[in-house]
Design a protein around this ligand. Sequence first.
Ligand code: GDD
Ligand code: MN
Length: 386
Amino acid sequence: VPLGALQIPEAQTASKNTSTSLIRLSLVIPTYNEGENIEYIIQLLSLLLDAVLPNAYELIVVDDDSPDLTWKVALSLVSKYPQLRVMRRVEERGLSTAVIRGWQVARGEVLGVIDGDLQHPPELLLQLWGKMQRGADLAVASRHVENGGVSDWSIVRRFLSRGAQLIGLMVLPGVVGRVSDPMSGYFLVRHDCLAGKMLNPLGYKILIEVLGRGNISWIAEVGYVFQERQEGMSKVTWKQYVEYLRHLLKLRLSLWPVGRFIRFGAVGLSGVFVHMAVFYLLRSELEWGLTRSAVIAAEVAIINNFLWNDRWTFGDISSQQKGWSKRFKRLLKFNIICLAGLVLNVTILNLLFNLLGINEYIANLIAIATVTFWNFWINLKLSWRV
Ligand code: GDD
Ligand code: MN
């Protein structure tokens, strides 16, 4: 468990309880000093949602003990808006943790988040909800698709925003590149996609965490114009930019399959011993030819490695793809990829030794390291693909 990570619970049993009606949408509104905005946004959201999801939604305000007593204002609204819940946090601070804390107590099938300062147009929620109903796993309000934009941001602010996105694309292309506006803090996501997941609550950009760790296949986007703030102040300082970079790196490292790679390497090492043992047996006991012995020994080692990798290194994936024919297909792919790796090994060795004049042992070491990465990565993508 990564330090400070917060887990999204599995589907709540509370919703199965007959006394509580089924909640379809839980929308979290993180607030810090939004005392001047909170009443209006609750009013607008309730009006919208009472029409589409009467009694089947909940609004969860998560306030970090705001000095302007936002939580108190919110609490005073509960009698008028029965779908409203208020969480006042005194020990913790931060936008992302606030959102996750809200989701942890949420009962809805769909989780969501919207800023509490009216910069996110509430009426867009209906379009986002529509996307979820058509089967999306994640519906994101985006400034960078049709009908999207920012009101009148300075050149500097636009540059910073796009720069942050660009850095994200370089560090985590497979995560940040999945949506047009990865910085968005206005989205809905199916609870199922996050159930049981550990979310790391560093920083401001919770969507990146959702994309990186959730089981999300279908993503929908809806354009919106980021409104100017009417009341209160933004809480963004340079600190949020530094946190964002730390967040990207942390996610990058944790998404690399380090443990898997170590297991793969250990299995590879066992293969070396199997290879040598079989080679010895064939040569000295059966007195077979050199090439024939080497080829047979290599094939036995490949099968040895496959069995271990299928059970151990990629055991979690194999167990989801059972059956002999599937297993055999994986073996076939693994075999071909490893043989291609062998060709790659010899090629690299020749290039480094003959062309660059590098010492042959060092050259072979480099070749082996490269091929280990190749074998691991290609097999991860092709043989044990999820
Ligand atoms: N509970 C809690 N704790 N809420 C917080 C905290 C905190 O530490 N910091 C900020 N918030 C709340 C604010 O009260 C507001 O409702 C919301 O989070 C967004 O904060 P702002 O400070 O208004 O952020 P912004 O408008 O500059 O930044 C927004 O930029 C994105 C566009 O790139 C983000 O918040 C995104 O949600 C938004 O889409
Ligand atoms: Mn704002």
